[in-house]
Design a protein around this ligand. Structure first.
Ligand SMILES: Nc1ncnc2c1ncn2[C@@H]1O[C@H](COP(=O)(O)OP(=O)(O)OP(=O)(O)O)[C@@H](O)[C@H]1O
Ligand SMILES: [Mg+2]
Length: 228
């Protein structure tokens, strides 16, 4: 589903060059749960941002269902971001002036849908993460775990086949982290959503994923398939 060939990303600041990713090669199978681990600065977020179409690489290819994301036009890239992938982040990235439901409604593709339909769909998405009774809360009126659930519901709004999660439990206590991981596992197992998750927790990575990528200084230090 995702095939990465000789992918590199060099950040340039004046005369300073940082090779955030260097000559990466790997493939992700549809329906798998991939954990990306590695020290701070090893290129994990850079990799997720490239797959999510938020950034461009300098070299190499990144095929998503046989289409090279690096060769996409701006329009194609916008569609890729909206429909092919969903992203969640450590800091949730919800819009603070909007309620949980409105945050999700804003992510829903218009596609000729009425306001009422979008409201209904947003409520169904909130229900799926167990938060229908928090629909009218603003992000400041939600706990961290609840905020991340809303972010997951929003990421799933347009039914992406891949969910990219960058340290989704980085700001949560261990019990709440467990709940979020469980939610991701359910999406993976029951809905068949392919997941790429960055985590610093090695134990979690081993417990939940069937494919592990370990980056070091932008290079692949280890790639392992785990039978669950
Ligand atoms: N926009 C940027 N401009 C210049 N350098 C950058 C930029 N973004 C990231 N880098 C550099 O690229 C390298 C990889 O960064 P990245 O954010 O991918 O690391 P990471 O593995 O996600 O780290 P962490 O675990 O701390 O989140 C780092 O050395 C960082 O300083
Ligand atoms: Mg990061």
């Amino acid at each position: 589903m995702i095939v990465i060939e000789n992918l590199s990303r060099i950040y340039r600041k004046g005369s300073n060059e940082v090779a955030a990713l260097q000559d990466l090669n790997f493939r992700v199978q549809q329906g798998s749960f991939v954990s990306v681990i590695g020290r701070s600065g090893s290129g994990k977020s850079t990799l997720l941002n490239l797959i999510g179409g938020l950034d461009r690489s300098d070299e190499g290819s990144l095929f998503f269902k046989e289409k090279d994301v690096m060769q996409m036009s701006r329009r194609e890239l916008a569609l890729h971001r909206r429909f092919s992938v969903g992203m969640i982040f450590q800091s949730f990235n919800l819009i603070h002036s909007r309620t949980a439901r409105e945050n999700i409604e804003l992510a829903l593709a218009f596609g000729g849908k009425s306001r009422r339909e979008r409201k209904k769909q947003a409520m169904q998405l909130l229900e799926a993460v167990g938060l229908e009774d928090r629909a009218d809360h603003q992000p400041t009126e939600l706990s961290g775990g609840e905020s991340q659930r809303v972010a997951i519901a929003r990421a799933m709004a347009n039914k992406p086949s891949v969910l990219l999660a960058d340290e989704p439990t980085g700001n949560l206590d261990s019990a709440t982290s467990g709940e979020i991981i469980e939610l991701l596992q359910n999406l993976n197992k029951q809905e068949g959503v392919t997941i790429l998750m960055v985590t610093h927790e090695e134990d979690t990575a081993h417990a939940v994923s069937d494919h592990l990528l370990r980056l070091s200084d932008g290079k692949m230090l280890e790639e392992r398939r785990i039978s669950q």
